[in-house]
Structures are given as structure tokens and as C-alpha cells.
Design a protein around this ligand. Structure first.
Ligand SMILES: [Zn+2]
Length: 224
């Protein structure tokens, strides 16, 4: 918990906007966006006035962060919730000798994609039978690197999964895949949809909470 007397420090971004707004980023950093003409005291006053809400958001962001194993070296990649080391020897992921330091990240991106493709395929096949006859609407899956979405379900029955989903724990991968598969039956987020998700994946709430935490890695700028 943030001590009450701790003064909130924030990054100020001024622009041609008409209102002031505050946002707590996944890293727990506070960003205040303000109009060009607004004076510093008024901005400070605004932040103080919203202190309680900001502190709550900072605590939530820190709690989410603590659920993710932190990288301790640049030579680490996330895979299914674990941090794996990579290198040319004595590592979890061994790179072929012809791969150089300069193109290691490219190789790792391709490696991650292969892992994602086979694992997502397995999980989809595991859950498809639960959809009954609606499974016939499934027309396959594709993968993309997305900044804002973990998964999408198209009207044509094609499921698109975020390639980075392979970095998150298995429960998250199952949660997202079950969510998208249930859209093959219910193309909305109504009660029938939620009932179906709960029926197929009873611990979907754990998946939802955890995936929220992992969403911050989508904003993290590192390899691939
Ligand atoms: Zn949905």
C-alpha cells in the first residue's frame, strides 16, 4: 500500500487539449495530460483532488505487476508463464550456432511463433468438442502480434490469436481460447455467452484476472 503522505509524482504531458486527465500506466507510472494554458498549481490541485483514486490505481498496477515473474536479464523470454533463459549454451532455449547476437531476436520471434502455433492448435482441439455442433463453424485460427487484443473471433468462424499470448500462463491461454471459441456460438457478451464460458472453463475468473495482469507485457518494448 502506498503511504497516504507519499506525494504522487507524475509525468506531465501538455497538449492542445481542453481538459485535464490522469492515467495510471501498467508500470504504475502516473501520467497527467493537461491543456497548454493550465497553470502548474491547478494541475497539482487536480492531482490532489483525485489522490484517492490514483493511489488505488497505483496499488492495483503494482499488485498486477507482482503476479508476473520479473525479467532479471535481457537474455530471457516468457513462455507459458515462465521465464526461460536463451543463449548458445547452458540455457533453456539453445540457439543454433549460425545465429548471431545481431539476429538472435529474430530467431527467438520465429521460435515463439512456432511454440504458439503448436500449443494454440492443441488447446483449440481440446476444447472444440465442448461446442457440440457449433464446432462446425470453426474455420481455423491465425496469429498476429496485437497491441490491444489477446484474441478475436470473426463472423466467418476464423479465430485470431495474439502471438504474444504464448508468453502467458496456460490458464490464460485456455481462458482466451475458450472465450473466442464460445463466440462461435454466441456472437456477443450476453448471459448465455458467459454461462457457456463458465461451463467449459469453471476457473475462467482466475484466467480473466491473470490475463489482465499480463496485458502489461503488451506495452513492454522488447524483442519480437
Ligand atoms: Zn469477446
Amino acid at each position: 500500500m502506498l503511504p497516504v503522505q507519499e506525494k504522487i509524482t507524475y509525468r506531465l504531458v501538455r497538449s492542445r487539449r481542453r481538459t485535464v486527465m490522469v492515467k495510471v500506466e501498467p508500470s504504475a507510472a502516473v501520467v497527467v495530460r493537461a491543456p497548454l494554458s493550465m497553470n502548474a498549481q491547478a494541475i497539482d490541485f487536480f492531482v490532489q483532488k483525485n489522490q484517492q483514486w490514483i493511489v488505488k490505481k497505483i496499488c492495483e498496477a503494482r499488485a498486477r505487476r507482482s503476479m508476473i515473474p520479473p525479467r532479471t536479464s535481457p537474455r530471457q523470454v516468457y513462455l507459458r508463464g515462465d521465464l526461460l533463459s536463451w543463449g548458445w549454451q547452458d540455457a533453456d532455449v539453445i540457439l543454433p550456432p549460425e545465429v548471431t547476437e545481431a539476429n538472435a531476436h529474430k530467431w527467438l520471434a520465429r521460435w515463439q511463433r512456432r511454440q504458439a502455433e503448436s500449443h494454440f492448435g492443441r488447446v483449440i482441439n481440446e476444447f472444440l468438442p465442448h461446442l457440440g455442433v457449433s464446432a462446425l463453424r470453426y474455420s481455423g485460427f491465425s496469429m498476429r502480434k496485437m497491441r490491444r487484443n489477446w484474441g478475436l473471433c470473426g463472423a466467418s468462424g476464423l479465430i485470431t490469436l495474439n502471438e504474444h499470448l504464448i508468453r502467458t500462463p496456460d490458464i490464460c491461454i485456455r481462458g482466451i481460447i475458450v472465450h473466442e471459441l464460445c463466440h462461435l456460438v454466441h456472437f456477443n457478451h450476453g448471459p448465455a455467452f458467459h454461462a457457456m464460458v463458465a461451463d467449459i472453463l469453471p476457473d475462467h475468473r482466475v484466467a480473466d484476472a491473470l490475463i489482465d495482469a499480463w496485458t502489461m507485457i503488451l506495452d513492454e518494448k522488447y524483442e519480437s
